[in-house]
Design a binder for this molecule. Structure first.
Ligand code: HEM
Length: 297
């Protein structure tokens, strides 16, 4: 796992850099409002600025967060919590599908803006060059981590050869078609379970089916419909470019086992099977809970 210490080492970011940046904190704080207005004038030129930041409420919220991030550059404390926050910023931008070039271009603008302040306030070269070098390091570290979150989200891949590019394009189209066929199959499966549902009611009403087993069969069918619905929702999310939540499959397995338990519970001789299935549901339940917990944290 990456730690900020490792990244600092790669960038030769020393305690002296941290202290240089901290020295700039007051000066940058007094320019924070200018920072926001100038940076916003810059990003307002992007074609789809209004698509990503459509109204005053979102812009104000973003400006607050941007200001907080800017002041964080000069806090002097760069630990793993700082790293986590930067990764989060990358993930938020990747999630809204903001082109990574926008972040890089904005970072370039912020670098020049910060240099400008230093140039105006430190006319002689010695200390000024040292401050500029430290600012460059922290901005490069920020850009690196924010953009890495895009890469780890799988948003872009640099192929080495044309053949590789073709293979990648083909496999991504193929996987898209597979996803689409999965969605269609899931819809068909749902319709079939509904037919089963209708058949159970018909059988009970006109075929003299047993009341208890009809109720259990209907409950079982409902469980399966619920689980397929979850799976379908995840599959559609995947088609829209989101991550697939594997926990939906665990949900489906749990629903299938619960259905079996419901059916077996009507047969007294099947109590061992019911106990084994119950244990399996418990194990799957723990896995489901753990997966949901880790995806939230
Ligand atoms: C150096 C460049 C940028 C930095 C440092 C930055 C910083 C941030 C931060 C700190 C957040 C909050 C993340 C969180 O909730 O944890 C955020 C969210 C966001 N950013 Fe940026 N941003 C940058 C560039 C941009 C650009 C160029 C755009 C659009 C043109 C943009 C649009 C957004 C949007 C829409 C959100 C979500 C806002 C919300 O709903 O709260 N960002 N950004």
């Amino acid at each position: 796992m990456e730690t900020l210490d490792k990244i600092k080492l790669i960038y030769s970011f020393t305690d002296n850099d941290a202290s240089n940046l901290m020295q700039l904190s007051g000066l940058m704080g007094s320019n924070a409002n200018d920072f926001i207005s100038n940076t916003y004038s810059f990003i307002a030129n992007f074609d789809d600025f209004s698509k990503f930041l459509p109204d005053e409420e979102i812009r104000n919220r973003h400006q607050e967060k941007l200001k907080f991030w800017f002041m964080g550059l000069f806090s002097g404390t760069y630990n793993n919590e700082y790293l986590r926050k930067l990764k989060r910023i990358g993930e938020v931008h990747a999630e809204i599908k903001l082109p990574s070039h926008y972040v890089s271009a904005t970072m370039n603008y912020i670098r020049n803006f910060t240099h400008g302040i230093i140039f105006r306030n430190f006319p002689s070269s010695g200390k000024r060059d040292e401050l500029i070098a430290s600012v460059n390091k922290i901005i490069d570290i920020n850009l690196d981590i924010i953009i890495s979150s895009y890469i780890s989200e799988g948003k872009f891949y640099i192929a080495a050869t044309k053949f590789e590019t073709k293979i990648i394009k083909f496999s991504s189209k193929f996987s898209y078609i597979l996803d689409l066929s999965l969605v269609i199959s899931l819809i068909v499966a749902t319709i079939m379970v509904f037919l089963l549902f209708a058949f159970e009611i018909y059988n009970f009403a006109f075929g003299g089916g047993d009341f208890e087993s009809t109720v259990v069969d209907i409950l079982g069918a409902m469980l399966i419909v619920w689980a397929i619905r979850e799976l379908l929702e995840e599959e559609v999310k995947k088609l829209q470019g989101h991550k697939f939540a594997l926990s939906a499959f665990i949900g489906l397995a749990m629903a299938a086992l619960l259905r079996k338990i419901l059916i077996f519970s009507l047969v007294p001789q099947k109590s061992t099977e019911v106990a084994i299935l119950g244990f399996l549901v418990l194990v799957l339940g723990i896995v489901y809970w753990l997966m949901n917990k880790s995806s939230k944290s």
